[in-house]
Design a protein around this ligand. Structure first.
Ligand code: M6R
Length: 612
C-alpha cells in the first residue's frame, strides 16, 4: 500500500524517482506525486491517477534537481484526488512529507493543530503528521531530526515516511514502524524505497530500516538512530534481485509473465532442498526447529487471501502425511480473538509480500502467547520474515501483478516440503512414499509447462464466457482450496462475481443459482473423490448449468458430459493443486483481458496490504 521512492546524490532525481514509482505502482496507483529541491526551493507536483498522469503534469516544469522523493498512493484517508495525493507540504511549507501507513491518532493531533490556527489542504493523516513535525521543529529550537523523533514518539499507527526540508537540499530523513523501507547505499548517493525494486538498477547494497528507527542522510553521510536517540549500526545486505526479474520480458502483463514463470519458480522453491535421487530433503531455515515441528501437537496456519488458500492446501497435506492437527485462520480474525496457544503449538504465517499488516499483527499476538512462529515468505528482508523464529523463503522471485499466481504455487511447494520433512522425521510417512513424492515433486515443473501449452485453448473458452455475470468454482479435497483460489483470481481481476465451494456443499444452497447462464468451473481430476465430483457435475448439468471441467489427461468420461474440458497431466493427489490451479489462473487472466481490465493493477486493490 503506497510506494515510496527518494533519492539524493549526483544524478537527476526526478526521472529516477518517476521510474522507481512505476516499479512500485503495484503497491497503489490512485494518485502520485514528487517533491524536489532546486533553485526554486522546495516544489511539490502531484496528480490523481497513475504515475503516467504525473509525468504529463511535469511536462514543461523545471524539475532539475539532485534530491527528490515520490509517492504512489493507495487511499486510506480521503478520496483519490490531487489534494490528497502525496507529497504534502507542512503548514509553513518548510517541509514535504510522503507516507505509507496509517496514523491512527491523527484526529487528536489535528485538533490540537487546528486550535493553534493551522489549516489543512487535504483530508489525509499524512498532512497532519507533516504539520505536527514542523510545529515541533519550529517551537523546540532543535534539529529537524529531533523534531521527527519527538513527533513519532506521539504517533499511534504504522508508517514509513520520508521528509525533505527546504532549508537543507542535501538532507532526507526517513523513519519506519510497521511499513517497509529500504535504504540503497551507492557511491556518494542514497536511495530510499518501499522495496528494493527501484534501487537494484543502481546498487545492490541495501539496509532494511527497522521499526522505530530514523535514518538521516545529510551531506552524503547516513546515520541511523532509534526514536529515543540511540545510534545504531545498520547492516548492509547484498540484494540478489536482477533487473530482468522486475520487467515484463515481452509479455503483455506481469500476471501472464508470472503464470508462465511457474515451471521455473516452482523449481526454484525446491532448488537445493529436494534431491530425489538421494532421497533427501533439506530445509535450511527449519533445521534447528524440525524436531519441534515434527513433535508439535497442533499447527495453526495464518494468512490472508491467496496465502490463506495456500494454508488450506497445507492443512490437508500436513494432516495426511504428518498426522498433525491443523487449523487455518484468516490472520485478520486470529488477531482479534483471544486464541488458545498451548505449549507445543506451532504457528505458520504465510505471506508473499511479508508485509501484510493483519498477518504481522497476528504473528505478534501468537508470539506474545509463547508460540513458535514459522514464516513462509517470498520477500527476503520483509517484516514478516524478520518477525518469525524460523521459516523458509519461497524463492518465487518478485511478483508484481496484484493477483498472486506464482507466489501461490511456490507457497504450496514450500509448505509441502515442510509437511514432508515433518512426516519423515516423525515416521508417519514410509520411506518409499517419501521418495516417491520427492520424485513426483521434481516432475511438477514439466507438468506445469504442459498445462501452459493449453493456453490457447483456455483463451478460447475464456472468450465464450467473457460476459458472464457470475461464476461458481467447485472442487473437493485438495482441489477445494484451488476452487477458492480460482474464484478469487477471477473476481479480483475481471470484477465478475465468483464463489468457490467444496463440490458437495453446492446442494446445500448454491445449487439454487444454477441455470443456463451460470458457468461452473469444476476441478474433476482423477483422484480419490473423482466419482463424487462426477455426481456433482451431473447435478449441475441436470439444472442446465454450463460446466468447464479441469480433467486428468485421457479422461474419456467427462468430455461427453460437460461443455468444455481442460486437460492436465496425471499427478499424485497430494501435489495436485500445484498443477490444477494453473488453468484457472489462465482462464481468469484471459477473461479479464477480454473485458478490457487492467489485470496487473485491478481497481481498489494493492499488492501489499499494509493497513488492517
Ligand atoms: O502478501 P500476502 O501474501 O500476505 O498478501 C495476502 C493477500 O493480500 C493476497 O494474497 C491477495 O489476496 C492477492 N491479491 C490475491 O491474488
Amino acid at each position: 500500500m503506497c510506494g515510496i521512492v527518494a533519492y539524493v546524490g549526483h544524478r537527476e532525481a526526478c526521472p529516477l524517482v518517476i521510474k522507481g514509482l512505476k516499479r512500485l505502482e503495484y503497491r497503489g496507483y490512485d494518485s502520485a506525486g514528487v517533491a524536489l529541491i532546486n533553485q526554486h526551493g522546495l516544489s511539490v507536483f502531484k496528480k490523481k491517477g497513475k504515475v503516467v498522469a504525473l509525468e504529463h503534469e511535469l511536462i514543461g516544469k523545471d524539475i532539475q534537481a539532485t534530491i527528490g522523493m515520490g509517492h504512489t498512493r493507495w487511499a486510506t484517508h480521503g478520496e483519490p484526488n490531487d489534494a490528497n495525493a502525496h507529497p504534502h507540504y507542512s503548514f509553513h511549507r518548510k517541509l514535504a512529507i510522503i507516507h505509507n501507513g496509517i496514523i491512527e491518532n491523527y484526529a487528536a493531533i489535528k485538533q490540537a493543530l487546528l486550535k493553534k490556527g493551522h489549516t489543512f489542504t487535504s483530508e489525509t493523516d499524512t498532512e497532519v503528521l507533516g504539520q505536527f513535525i514542523e510545529d515541533i521543529w519550529e517551537n523546540n529550537g532543535g534539529s529537524l531530526e529531533e523534531a521527527v523523533r519527538l513527533a513519532l514518539q506521539e504517533v499511534v499507527g504504522a508508517y514509513a515516511i520520508v521528509i525533505m526540508s527546504q532549508t537543507d537540499p542535501t538532507q532526507l530523513i526517513a523513519a519506519r514502524k510497521g511499513s517497509p523501507l529500504v535504504i540503497g547505499v551507492g557511491d556518494n548517493e542514497f536511495f530510499l524505497a518501499s522495496d528494493a525494486t527501484p534501487i537494484v538498477e543502481y546498487t545492490k547494497d541495501v539496509i532494511y530500516l527497522n521499526d522505530y528507527e530514523v535514518a538521516v542522510i545529510k551531506d552524503g553521510q547516513l546515520s541511523v538512530v532509534t526514536l529515543d536517540n540511540t545510534t545504531t549500526t545498520p547492516y548492509v545486505h547484498k540484494v540478489e534481485l536482477e533487473l530482468e526479474a522486475i520487467e515484463k520480458g515481452g509479455f503483455d502483463h506481469f500476471m501472464l509473465k508470472e503464470i508462465f514463470e511457474q515451471p521455473r519458480s516452482i523449481a526454484d522453491s525446491m532448488r537445493g532442498r529436494v534431491k530425489a535421487e538421494e532421497g533427501t530433503l533439506q530445509l535450511g531455515g527449519l533445521r534447528d526447529y524440525l524436531d519441534k515441528l515434527a513433535k508439535s501437537k497442533r499447527i495453526v496456519i495464518i494468512g490472508c487471501g491467496t496465502s490463506w488458500h495456500a494454508g488450506l492446501v497445507a492443512e490437508y497435506i500436513f494432516e495426511e502425511l504428518a498426522r498433525i492437527p491443523v487449523e487455518v485462520e484468516y490472520a485478520s480474525e486470529f488477531r482479534y480473538r483471544n486464541p488458545i496457544i498451548k505449549e507445543g503449538d506451532i504457528v505458520i504465517a504465510i505471506s508473499q509480500s511479508g508485509e501484510t499488516a493483519d498477518t504481522l499483527a497476528a504473528i505478534e499476538l501468537a508470539k506474545s502467547k509463547g508460540a513458535i512462529i514459522f514464516g513462509v515468505c517470498n520477500v527476503v528482508g520483509s517484516s514478516i520474515a524478520r518477525a518469525t523464529h524460523a521459516g523458509a523463503f519461497t524463492h518465487a522471485g518478485p511478483e508484481i501483478g496484484v493477483a498472486s499466481t506464482k507466489a501461490f504455487t511456490a507457497q504450496v511447494t514450500v509448505l509441502t516440503l515442510m509437511a514432508l520433512a515433518a512426516a519423515h522425521r516423525k515416521g508417519t510417512l514410509s520411506e518409499s512414499l517419501f521418495r516417491q513424492l520427492l520424485t513426483e515433486l521434481e516432475s511438477i515443473p514439466a507438468k506445469v509447462e504442459q498445462v501452459l501449452q493449453a493456453a490457447d485453448k483456455i483463451k478460447e473458452i475464456a472468450y465464450i464466457f467473457t460476459y458472464a455475470r457470475n461464476f461458481i468454482y467447485l472442487g473437493r479435497g485438495l482441489n477445494f482450496p484451488v476452487a477458492l483460489e480460482g474464484a478469487l483470481k477471477l473476481k479480483e481481476i475481471s470484477y465478475i462475481h465468483a464463489e468457490g465451494y467444496p463440490a458437495a456443499e453446492m446442494k446445500h444452497g448454491p445449487i439454487a443459482l444454477i441455470d443456463e447462464d451460470m458457468p461452473v468451473v469444476v476441478i474433476a481430476t482423477q483422484d480419490s473423490s473423482y466419482e463424487k465430483v462426477v455426481s456433482n457435475i451431473q447435478e449441475v448439468k441436470a439444472r442446465k448449468g454450463r460446466v468447464i471441467a479441469v480433467v486428468t489427461e485421457g479422461d474419456t468420461h467427462l468430455p461427453g458430459m460437460v461443455d468444455f474440458t481442460i486437460e492436465i497431466p496425471r499427478v499424485h493427489d497430494i501435489l495436485m493443486p500445484l498443477v490444477s490451479v494453473v488453468p484457472l489462473q489462465l482462464l481468469s487472466y484471459y477473461i479479464a483481458v477480454m473485458r478490457g481490465r487492467n489485470v496487473d493493477q485491478p481497481r481498489n486493490l494493492a499488492k501489499s496490504v499494509t493497513v488492517e
